[in-house]
Design a protein around this ligand. Structure first.
Ligand code: HEC
Length: 134
């Protein structure tokens, strides 16, 4: 490959990696939440009773339940369904499959930049935004 071509690809890679708007917004997550999650967790994430006597937790209190810290890794694993598989009798569906072959975006989880499916990041940013303190 010629040096000029190499330089061209190098510039493209840099441009792609440094584009800020490649990150989804909380608004993008809000739309995904309305479609996939609100039926159980409520339109504002406030939780509520489900058919069959079960209830969906209030998702605005995740940080409050965790000493005021929003646990990104935990929330991502709950949406993905990874943690779910280790418990039995849980009613929340796994959304990992919905995220197959998505665009990956760099998300900082526990101080480490982690390539994460874009819809998961959007949902997580939305949940992070709707946290209330009490
Ligand atoms: C069929 C109903 C249902 C749907 C749809 C659903 N959930 Fe849930 N979710 C639950 C229930 C019930 C729990 C608590 C029991 C459990 O862990 O499975 C839960 C737990 C969670 C938790 C853990 C909360 C905590 O504090 O431990 C998160 C985060 C969550 N859901 C996010 C989502 C997101 C985001 C979506 C949409 C992509 C979604 N849920 C869709 C029923 C649902």
């Amino acid at each position: 490959m010629s040096l000029r071509l190499l330089t061209f690809f190098g510039v493209c890679l840099l441009a792609a990696c440094s584009t800020q708007d490649a990150m989804p917004t909380a608004q993008e997550g809000e739309a995904l939440f309305a479609t996939n999650c609100a039926a159980c967790h409520g339109y504002r994430g406030e939780g509520g009773e489900l058919v069959g006597g079960q209830s969906a937790p209030d998702l605005t209190m995740i940080a409050a339940r965790n000493d005021g810290v929003f646990p990104r890794a935990y929330v991502l694993s709950r949406i993905d369904g990874y943690e779910h598989r280790e418990m039995s009798g849980q009613v929340m569906p796994e959304f990992g499959a919905m995220m197959l072959d998505p665009e990956m975006v760099p998300l900082v989880v526990d101080g480490v930049q982690t390539p994460t499916p874009r819809p998961m990041v959007a949902l997580m940013l939305y949940l992070e935004e709707i946290q209330v303190s009490e």
